[in-house]
Design a protein around this ligand. Sequence first.
Ligand SMILES: [Fe+2]
Length: 270
Amino acid sequence: MSDTATPDNTLTQPAQASTAARPSKRDIDSTMSARLAALQTPKLRDEYGQQGSFLYIDDFLPRDYTERLIAAVRDVMPSVNRNYLPGHKAGGSVSRHTLDKLAPFIAELYRSEALIKWLETITGDKLQLSPQDDPHAYAFYFYTKPGDHIGWHYDTSYYDGRRYTLLLGVIDDSSCKLDYELHTKSPGIPEQAGSVQYPPGAFVLFDGDKLRHRVTPLGENEMRVSLTFEYVTNPNMRPFQRFISNMKDSIAYFGFKQVFRRKGGKNGQA
Ligand SMILES: [Fe+2]
């Protein structure tokens, strides 16, 4: 089920950002604080609530951070795990375990206290990091072959609490759209369809159990990569939910080797 994604011409250029000094945790926090302070947070919080726990921001990440993410894509290309579920999904993924080794800037951005605090203001929830063994905590999703897509689904939380999905645009040389339906779980509120083609640096946030969504198929000679961050309100997961979640992640995303890692073993935590 695993192979290497097709390299794209835009990725053969030297990786500028990956060779530059990696910003410290403090640098990331102050950069994100400054960026987030420039946003109209009260208005965005209202918009998030009115849209049934969904928010889109076209220009979110600082430009050099977007460039760092694009450079990280080049660094992880040989590690993409391809998956195909007939009728539902085709594409590639790179799990948090691989990003920890090859793109540590992403792990630090995920943990930015300024970012998490701001997300808490938007969602109204106290957020926690996903547990160490969750390969989705931060991950790249690759669309590199014609027809790559994912069908209608929810990002179901198998945790005891809610799970929030944050998507960041990294590369979008494609005609793919993120189609979504708001209010499917809001009794008395009419469902509302929407669609967005989010560019590099753009932001999408939603409660995984509330937003029905899909990504439309990739065309010929196209490429699309997005980065996901997952935050939870309660990291506890009961054994049956753990089993279902692990099977889904192994088959649909990262492969069994990445999902069933033994702590302290030779495939232990990075
Ligand atoms: Fe999803």
